[in-house]
Design a protein around this ligand. Structure first.
Ligand code: PEP
Length: 254
């Protein structure tokens, strides 16, 4: 089964409204041009409406960077899955390493958020990845599979079938240090194997993106790996020419 490549641009906490409008317009045209792959953007909550307006009627997908682990109620400052779906977001990041490590989100909280996203009809983009210390201690597979298992236990194979995964080694995010195509492929293959142990249907179905200092110069080589189904792009998503080149590289691979 072929899994169509997917490129998601994570804008993080960047840009004002004019930037969001310009980046989203550029990404909308790009999504139209790259018809062999899928393109999406993940703005901050306050820029979702601006991005959705620019994406309206185009192939561009718009998602959020986080969601509440509660459904609704007295949780000041939080944004629920239902609210995101209601305004037209289709995807949401779950368990980005900046949230796991800077804000202390546990595997359990991540699993709850994943469950909430599914319940609201959103596609969760579950981020998995090890720190440099964990890699150097030979714990990469154990950490990544533990993070995956926490969600599998809660939502099962049926839940994972509706998700996208993103392998993002923490040491490669925003550092300029990219995993080599071989290093990334090895972890992706391991994760795909684990999906197969849960359900034989999952490996052919679930896309596993790579994230961590992807740029125009290394995208093609990464996307050519058998188990890399696209990218989760941070810094380079803020530079329209870089993001365009990355999407075109994914589009070449189909
Ligand atoms: C990310 O934010 O998920 C990311 C991969 O960032 P960068 O591309 O800047 O490393």
């Amino acid at each position: 089964m072929t899994r169509r490549k997917l490129v998601l641009g994570n804008w993080k906490m960047n840009g004002l409204r004019a930037d969001a409008s310009a980046w989203a317009s550029a990404a909308s045209s790009l999504a139209g041009e790259c018809s062999a792959c899928e393109v999406g953007i993940l703005p901050a909550f306050v820029h979702l409406d601006t991005a959705l307006a620019a994406a309206s009627g185009t192939r561009l997908m718009v998602g959020a960077q986080d969601l509440a682990s509660w459904t609704n109620g007295a949780y000041t400052g939080e944004v629920s899955a239902e609210m995101l779906g209601d305004i037209g977001a289709t995807h949401v990041l779950v368990g980005h390493s900046e949230r796991r490590h800077l804000l202390g989100e546990s595997d359990e909280v991540v699993a709850t958020k994943f469950e909430r996203a599914l319940a609201a009809g959103l596609t969760p983009v579950l981020c998995l990845g090890e720190t440099l210390d964990e890699r150097e201690a030979g714990q990469t597979d154990a950490v990544v599979l533990r993070q995956l298992d926490a969600v599998a236990l809660r939502c099962g194979a049926a839940g994972l079938a509706r998700a996208v995964l993103a392998y993002e080694p923490v040491w490669a995010i925003g550092t300029g240090r990219t995993a080599s195509p071989e290093q990334a492929q090895a972890v992706h293959a391991r994760v795909r194997g684990a999906l197969g142990n849960l359900d034989a249907m999952l490996p052919g179905l679930v896309r596993i993106l790579y994230g961590g200092s992807v740029k125009a110069a290394n995208a093609a080589e990464l996307f050519a790996q058998a188990d890399i189904d696209g990218g989760l792009i941070g810094g380079a998503a803020l530079v329209p020419s870089e993001f365009a080149a990355i999407c075109r590289a994914a589009n070449q691979e189909g």
